[in-house]
Design a protein around this ligand. Structure first.
Ligand SMILES: *[C@@H]1O[C@H](CO)[C@@H](O)[C@H](O)[C@H]1NC(C)=O
Ligand SMILES: *[C@@H]1O[C@H](CO)[C@@H](O)[C@H](O)[C@H]1NC(C)=O
Ligand SMILES: *[C@@H]1O[C@H](CO)[C@@H](O)[C@H](O)[C@H]1NC(C)=O
Ligand SMILES: *[C@@H]1O[C@H](CO)[C@@H](O)[C@H](O)[C@H]1NC(C)=O
Ligand SMILES: *[C@@H]1O[C@H](CO)[C@@H](O)[C@H](O)[C@H]1NC(C)=O
Ligand SMILES: *[C@@H]1O[C@H](CO)[C@@H](O)[C@H](O)[C@H]1NC(C)=O
Ligand SMILES: *[C@@H]1O[C@H](CO)[C@@H](O)[C@H](O)[C@H]1NC(C)=O
Ligand SMILES: *[C@@H]1O[C@H](CO)[C@@H](O)[C@H](O)[C@H]1NC(C)=O
Ligand SMILES: *[C@@H]1O[C@H](CO)[C@@H](O)[C@H](O)[C@H]1NC(C)=O
Ligand SMILES: *[C@@H]1O[C@H](CO)[C@@H](O)[C@H](O)[C@H]1NC(C)=O
Ligand SMILES: *[C@@H]1O[C@H](CO)[C@@H](O)[C@H](O)[C@H]1NC(C)=O
Ligand SMILES: *[C@@H]1O[C@H](CO)[C@@H](O)[C@H](O)[C@H]1NC(C)=O
Length: 540
């Protein structure tokens, strides 16, 4: 049989034997990878071998290679190693299958080798459905958004896919592994999910693995409103424009332009401009944009203005008294720096606060109080200067210092004369008609007192101009109240004090002493008014 037709018969026998050999369990599993070389051993014996022939066990055994040199291998890829093992070059998936090695020694033996061919993972494709990508390729997702992660690779058999996450400064942590599902989703992205996402695919057969890392940033649009303002900083020659839009990550982009026209001033949060670049009424616009923010961005505008000044041109102070000069700055943006200068002798000198000069500023209103006025030292020009980067304004006030005694003397004389006249008229009337006199006297005295009050108001104005406006208003109010609301105790008392204040000031030139010294009046009747007038008569 073997002599007549050796090859077919051998194969036929082999078919039966192979089945038995399989039953004998003499088999090995060899794993190869596509395009790699693999060697299939013919059993585990390394002793002297006989003739070795390799077959592929498909539906029918197919001859591959023999150690009989006269029989060429089925393909050049096949070769024998150590005269027994089958070496296959450049594996393909079709090479996967069962192989049989037939060894003819004193007795024939069969070995079965199961070759498994693994492929991949190759071409690992990581897909992150993020919001967008930065110019350098790094991907970012908006906070709160949903991100889908996918990891695809060509692998045979299907790979085992693992995802790892590494937050900055911490160790990588696994997200779990799954053979069938290679993707996952994060529904609400939060800043602590920013980091590197690594997909690792592992071929379960060959153990070969491949990984791909994607850096994902979690961006958040600003939460606050865009704000912008101008400041004088640090010197009055420099204008600092500030644009602020907080709560976002990363920092937003800013664009400062001059409006109208849109000439770009700068692109940073803080811009500093020189006075030479500025003009009154100029407008600057800041446009903020954020990569994860609203598409048109946000904008705000500032308009710079030079200061305007309001101050009194003339002020009077009495020797030894106090006087307060007021300077009101309006319209200045940014807020102006207010200085008081003294123009006694050139050059102008900035007044420093001292026990003599008290300077106080509330908002954009500054007051300079000169204490204990002296004619030689304090009379002259006082200049209020308001300066911001847009401009400087100055206003001068002339302070004249007068002797207070003269005024009191003059007023005293006038009052004495008036009262003297009054006394003469009353005397005459009393002499001719006592009854008429009584009626007339009360009215005349009432009118006179009104005159006196006017005089005193003027004096007070001279002495305490700071409070003049307030007092006048108060008096007007009191007179209205007097007419309208005679019975209310409290307003009446205020009114009475006001009257006492005025009258006594006239007599003594010392408001405080008399206001405290006189007992408060109880009623507003004409009798008491005339009594008061009589009281006054005595010291005068
Ligand atoms: C496979 O074997 C051949 C011949 O022995 C060799 O030239 C080639 O480099 C090998 N290839 C690999 C991937 O090892
Ligand atoms: C070869 O394999 C057989 C069966 O699997 C085993 O009994 C024997 O010990 C092995 N020989 C060597 C040298 O490994
Ligand atoms: C060889 O192939 C035949 C037919 O496909 C099959 O019946 C037999 O079990 C195979 N032998 C081995 C060892 O795989
Ligand atoms: C080797 O093969 C040739 C041709 O197939 C054959 O004539 C020869 O007998 C074989 N040698 C052995 C030792 O089997
Ligand atoms: C061939 O034989 C040598 C020595 O016995 C051994 O070291 C080597 O691993 C063998 N090669 C293969 C591919 O089995
Ligand atoms: C190889 O043989 C084993 C049994 O020994 C079988 O399970 C497997 O499916 C076979 N492989 C192929 C490709 O036929
Ligand atoms: C093979 O047969 C020869 C004689 O026929 C014998 O001397 C030898 O020991 C045998 N070898 C084995 C491994 O059985
Ligand atoms: C890309 O740019 C972002 C933001 O500037 C940075 O955080 C990131 O590290 C950059 N990525 C690479 C790969 O350079
Ligand atoms: C993420 O990977 C990039 C390079 O791929 C590396 O520069 C960066 O430091 C990594 N970030 C973290 C948090 O590991
Ligand atoms: C793998 O993913 C599939 C489909 O999502 C799921 O049914 C299965 O439970 C997952 N297995 C593991 C071990 O997570
Ligand atoms: C001037 O002001 C000071 C401090 O407020 C005060 O002590 C002093 O009495 C005032 N002088 C006059 C005359 O009002
Ligand atoms: C300051 O004084 C000089 C000279 O006395 C005068 O020319 C100038 O106008 C004064 N300045 C102000 C603001 O009054």
């Amino acid at each position: 049989m073997a002599a007549r037709a050796p090859a077919p018969r051998v194969l036929l026998c082999l078919g039966a034997l192979l089945a038995r050999g399989a039953a004998a369990g003499l088999e090995a599993v060899v794993i190869g990878e596509v395009l790699e070389n693999v060697t299939l051993p013919c059993g585990n014996i390394s002793a002297t071998r006989g003739l070795v022939t390799w077959y592929r066990n498909d539906s029918e055994p197919v001859f591959l290679l023999s150690s009989n040199a006269s029989r060429p291998p089925a393909q050049p890829r096949f070769s024998l190693v150590n005269a027994s093992s089958l070496h296959i070059e450049a594996l393909s998936l079709q090479d996967e299958g069962n192989y049989t090695c037939w060894e003819a020694l004193n007795e024939t033996r069969w070995f079965h080798v199961w070759l498994q061919v693994a492929s991949g993972p190759d071409r690992l494709a990581v897909n992150v459905s993020s919001t967008g990508a930065l110019p350098n390729g790094t991907r970012f997702a908006a906070r709160g958004s949903r991100v889908d992660f996918g990891c695809a690779s060509s692998s045979r058999p299907p790979p085992l896919v693992e995802w790892w996450f590494q937050a900055p400064g911490s160790r990588p942590e696994p997200f779990g592994s799954n053979r069938t599902a290679s993707g996952f989703s994060l529904i609400l992205m939060s800043p602590n999910l920013q980091g590197n996402y690594t997909c690792r695919a592992r071929n379960p057969l060959s153990g070969r693995q491949r990984s791909s890392t994607t850096e994902l940033l979690v961006y958040a649009p600003p939460v606050s409103d865009l704000e912008c303002w101008a400041e004088m900083s640090p010197s009055p020659f420099l204008l600092q424009l500030t644009c602020r839009w907080d709560g976002g990550y990363p920092d937003p982009n800013f664009l400062w332009t001059e409006e109208p026209g849109g000439v770009v001033v700068g692109t940073s949060k803080l811009e500093t401009l020189n006075r030479s670049q500025l003009s009154d009424g100029q407008k600057f616009k800041c446009v903020g944009s954020h990569i994860a923010g609203p598409e048109p961005g946000a904008s705000c505008m500032v308009q710079i203005r030079s200061p305007s000044l309001l101050s009194e041109p003339l002020k009077t102070c009495f020797v030894g008294g106090n006087v307060t000069l007021t300077c009101l700055v309006s319209g200045a943006y940014p807020a102006a720096k207010i200085l008081w200068l003294r123009n006694l002798t050139q050059p102008e000198v900035v007044i420093q606060p001292s026990s003599h000069y008290v300077i106080s500023q509330k908002g954009q209103s500054s007051t300079l109080t000169v204490r204990n006025c002296s004619q030689a030292l304090d009379e002259g020009y006082y200049v209020c200067q308001a300066e911001n980067p847009v401009g400087v304004r100055e206003a001068a006030t002339w302070l004249s210092v007068k002797e207070p005694l003269n005024i009191v003397g003059i007023v005293g004389t006038i009052v004495s004369l008036l009262l003297l006249g009054l006394a003469i008229v009353s005397g005459l009337l009393l002499y001719y008609s006592p009854v008429l006199c009584w009626k007339l006297g009360s009215t005349v005295r009432g009118q006179d007192m009104g005159d006196v009050m006017v005089l005193v108001d003027e004096e007070e104005e001279a002495e305490e101009e700071e409070n003049a406006a307030e007092e006048e208003e108060e008096e007007e109010r009191e007179e209205e109240e007097e007419a309208a609301n005679e019975r209310e105790a409290f307003p009446k008392e205020i009114h009475k004090h006001g009257r006492v204040h005025r009258v006594t000031a006239l007599v003594n030139g010392n408001l405080d002493w008399m206001a405290n010294g006189l007992p408060p009046l109880q009623d507003e009747s004409s009798e008491q008014q005339s009594e008061l007038v009589r009281e006054e008569d005595r010291p005068v």
